[in-house]
Design a protein around this ligand. Sequence first.
Ligand SMILES: *[C@@H]1O[C@H](CO)[C@@H](O)[C@H](O)[C@H]1NC(C)=O
Ligand SMILES: *[C@@H]1O[C@H](CO)[C@@H](O)[C@H](O)[C@H]1NC(C)=O
Ligand SMILES: *[C@@H]1O[C@H](CO)[C@@H](O)[C@H](O)[C@H]1NC(C)=O
Ligand SMILES: *[C@@H]1O[C@H](CO)[C@@H](O)[C@H](O)[C@H]1NC(C)=O
Length: 211
Amino acid sequence: MLSFILLALLAHASPIQCKHPHPKINIIILAGQSNMAGRGGVFNDTITETLTWDGIVPPECQPNPSILRLTANLTWVEAHEPLHADIDYNKTNGVGPGMPFANTVLNKDPNFGVIGLVPCAIGGTNISQWQKGEFLYEQLVKRSQFAMQSGVYRAMLWYQGESDTENQQDAELYKDKLKRFFNDLRFDLKTPKLPIIQVLSAFYCFISSLI
Ligand SMILES: *[C@@H]1O[C@H](CO)[C@@H](O)[C@H](O)[C@H]1NC(C)=O
Ligand SMILES: *[C@@H]1O[C@H](CO)[C@@H](O)[C@H](O)[C@H]1NC(C)=O
Ligand SMILES: *[C@@H]1O[C@H](CO)[C@@H](O)[C@H](O)[C@H]1NC(C)=O
Ligand SMILES: *[C@@H]1O[C@H](CO)[C@@H](O)[C@H](O)[C@H]1NC(C)=O
């Protein structure tokens, strides 16, 4: 009798154990400062005098059951704006580049599979805070490695650098620090060819061409 119960339990248990909730999630890491965290639709509410998100979700930022998000407490949920609400939690977050990117990928290739966004951006941070050994770097690696248990790294979107334009010395050191960060990350994630998609801000050139 006991062995029958055991067998019955095993017969039920094995398919549940083998069934993975999201086979091979396509992991896209989101890192950088406020523009990646998302400030779209954030305005200064003149009544409360606080920064508030207007709650408007444009079509390209709409949720999709095939787009997941890794929460701050390391659970996968369906992704909704603001993607960084529980990550950059001291700030008012709005819409950012993560959802439009994921929706565009799925529109171009409907067979791409499930996308898992791993938000890690924090507003106002500089490149020194993203160096190996610093909290943000270690947090990024930890969250990415957790995500990898359910999938495969596809890319990192990197939108950062504004904080390093405030003085000349930071700007001059930026390139080397950025290279070191990318190299360390690719090494630590054991993905030497991890595609990194970076936003190049042409603000300076644009301004100087106007003057
Ligand atoms: C919002 O605007 C008011 C004045 O219009 C200003 O005093 C306040 O500092 C602003 N708040 C933020 C968070 O920018
Ligand atoms: C983890 O975060 C999710 C989404 O924010 C929340 O629903 C859930 O209750 C949290 N779980 C724990 C254990 O804190
Ligand atoms: C939020 O603010 C607290 C208090 O200043 C600070 O300790 C913490 O590191 C901040 N966290 C983030 C994600 O900005
Ligand atoms: C980067 O930001 C941190 C935290 O705000 C600050 O302590 C540091 O001086 C900034 N700049 C550099 C070059 O580290």
